[in-house]
Design a binder for this molecule. Structure first.
Ligand code: S3P
Length: 178
C-alpha cells in the first residue's frame, strides 16, 4: 500500500480536461497502490441520483458547479485516496485551495486534437453537445483552465500509452522517498 506520509499529503488528485484519461489512470494507480479511488462525477451522480448530462439539462451548469464544489470539498477531506476530478472543478477557487492544501496533484496533458478525436462520439459530456466544433470548445475551456492545470505538482503527457504514464507517475512518486 502507498505511504502518503512520504508525500506529506492526504490524497492524490488527477486533473485535466475531459477525455484526458483521468479516471482510467486513477483506477490503475488505485489498484497498484491498493488505495481507494473516487471519481467526482460518479459521486455527484450518486448524490443527486441523476446522470451528469441530466443535471445539466434540468438545472443548468451553475447548479452542477454548486454540487461539484460540495462533493469535491467533501472528498478532499478524505485520507489516503486517489481522486479523479471533473475537468472543470479547478475553476473553483475553494476547490483549488483545498487541493493545494491536502493533495498531491497530477495533471494529465493531452493534445487538443487527440482529445477531440477521443471525444468525437461521447454523449456524456454536456459541454461538448453543442453545435460548435469540438476542438473550438476544448480550446476555449483549455484557455481558461491552463494556468490552473499547470500549477499541478506533476504534469504528465497522456497522448499515447497509458503504461508510460503510469510508469512516469510511479517513478516521480518514488523520488519522494529519497
Ligand atoms: C466537465 C467535465 C466532466 C464533467 C462535466 C463538466 C468540464 O468531467 O464534470 O461534464 O467542465 O470539463 P470529466 O472531465 O471527467 O469528463
Amino acid at each position: 500500500m502507498f505511504d502518503f506520509a512520504i508525500i506529506k499529503k492526504k490524497n492524490i488528485c488527477i486533473m485535466g480536461l475531459m477525455g484526458s484519461g483521468k479516471s482510467m489512470i486513477a483506477k490503475d494507480l488505485s489498484k497498484q497502490f491498493k488505495i481507494k479511488f473516487y471519481d467526482t462525477d460518479r459521486e455527484i451522480e450518486n448524490k443527486t441520483n441523476k446522470s451528469i448530462d441530466l443535471i445539466f439539462e434540468e438545472k443548468g451548469e451553475s447548479y452542477f458547479r454548486e454540487i461539484e464544489e460540495e462533493v469535491c470539498l467533501e472528498l478532499l477531506q478524505n485520507n489516503n485516496c486517489i481522486i479523479s476530478l471533473g475537468g472543470g472543478s479547478i475553476i473553483n477557487k475553494k476547490i483549488r485551495q483545498s487541493i493545494e492544501l491536502n493533495s498531491l496533484s497530477i495533471y494529465l496533458k493531452v493534445d487538443l486534437n487527440i482529445l477531440a478525436k477521443r471525444l468525437k462520439s461521447s454523449k456524456k459530456r454536456p459541454l461538448l453537445n453543442k453545435n460548435e466544433n469540438k476542438i473550438d470548445i476544448l480550446q476555449n475551456l483549455y484557455k481558461r483552465r491552463q494556468k490552473f492545470y499547470e500549477k499541478a505538482d506533476l504534469s504528465v503527457d497522456n497522448n499515447k500509452d497509458k503504461y508510460q504514464v503510469l510508469e512516469q507517475i510511479k517513478y516521480a512518486l518514488e523520488l519522494y522517498e529519497n
